[in-house]
Design a protein around this ligand. Sequence first.
Ligand SMILES: [Zn+2]
Length: 305
Amino acid sequence: MYRRQFLKAATSGLGSLLLGVGASPQPAKKKIEIRGAYSSPDPFWQKGVHLGEYGIDAVFIHAESIDTALIQRCRAEGARVFAEFPAFNGGGWLTQQDGDRQRVIDEHADAWPIDEKGQRSPRQTWFLGICPTNETFLRARLEALKRVVTSHKLDGVWLDYLHWHAQFEDPKPLLPETCFDESCVRRFQAESGLTVRGTRPEEWAQDILGRYQERWRDWRCSVVVDFARRCREILWQHAPQLVLGNFQCAWRDDEYGGARRRTLGLDLRSMAQVFDVMSPMLYHGRSGHSTDWVGRNVKWLCNQL
Ligand SMILES: [Zn+2]
């Protein structure tokens, strides 16, 4: 996945550092709480250097790419190992790569995010989300998480793609209204006590956005937090020593018309009650921001907590 071909930092509000592979192994002038590298450490190893020479003491690696040999080598070089675990990523569940094409998986069609017109919301550039109340999908993710934390001796897990269907990493964000399928509307009614009029997704959407929009946006945030709690429970049951982190959109609430909460369904304070560490994805270059945007947004995020 090309968006992650550079390193990202784990930020806990204590301090962080982004370090490119081409950086020189200079001694640090300030005390750094954690220096993390994202994705496979192979670029370092192919250059014949070990992680300790760069002061890297943590690596964040896609869960499916982790094996015992990799963990042992990282540990031998002084780095802790954290698994990146995708949450609401529909790729591989809704579609499958078939040569140059994406083949739709018909048996999972009920998990497709549905927009306000009652249509399947398409892939937003490279990202395809999911209906985040589809219980079959959610249980499959929780089972996968259990496998990850029981198969490897990790230091922690970072949930990724934990948001409603949207594209927030490109310079022009794509922010569809979802999800108005039967699963979401039924659960919204059950948990809010409200009654939604209509018999089809487009009618439900019109009624919800017309009469209950604020309650709907609040409820969408609660769906994200609820899944995070279920992941936390998996850790409590099977690997309670692990740190639970979250790679999260780095927007402030006043950017993009409030889309952090409105579209992505991210309520920072309620999410912070579940996670040990929040890692804002501060991709200023690829998302069309200046470097000072990074500092402004880190400051804003820290002030929220
Ligand atoms: Zn849905």
